[in-house]
Design a protein around this ligand. Sequence first.
Ligand code: ADP
Length: 242
Amino acid sequence: MSGAALLIDAVTVEFGSFRAIDALSLAIDYGEVRAIIGPNGAGKTTLLDVISGITRPKQGAVLFDDSTDITRASESEIARAGVRRKFQKPSVFEGLSVRQHIAIGAEAGYRRTLSESLLDERITEILEAIGLANVAQRSASELAHGQKQWLEIGMVLASNPKVLMLDEPVAGLTDEETERTATLVRSLRRPDRAIVVVEHDMDFVERISDRVTVLHEGKTLFEGSMANVRADERVVEVYLGR
Ligand code: ADP
């Protein structure tokens, strides 16, 4: 698979008279991990909301998989097409085990197209990938904060997404948990998948991303590798500081 997983084409979002996204165009390719960074209020969450069908743009289009127009599709249609998101705050279902959580994600993604045994295999693979195989039978509400983040990544992953969006996956994690999350995210790269990560932790962003888009006032301020981002004077001025 090659080409754009997502094309954001001249998208504008307004809340009343306030323009949160301003004629933004952006291409995210299959195979890459793209970080979206920028100061508070830059429009990062709004961009994820537009892609996932929560917020409708005033103008412009969102294309998935090179040519499918998802601009006006519903949240559930977009999710079913394979564009999935892990929200910022982890929330688990009381009383369900870790494994049952992954099963929910897998059933949502495969919609009974896999046999019971293949689904089971898939669930086990995911549990191993997210490092929770040894606590699979435990109640998810007993997990540490970092483990809950991985569980949620696992739930999204279990649906076999084409586009995987992670909103602040290391917020509130310890250094060691952050390190493990970086290794996990890198391991999820695939030629037929795009990973989009909104995050403020720049060392984490540097470790995981192939390319970085810096948003500022709803527009792209800079796009490039994290090393180039750090060296760009405008980015330093509006976001990174000295
Ligand atoms: P970021 O995620 O980069 O911090 P957001 O996308 O959350 O930025 O917000 C961009 C701007 O849009 C902010 O100024 C925010 O206050 C505004 N905004 C976001 N959502 C709404 C909304 N539902 N109503 C009004 N203003 C909003």
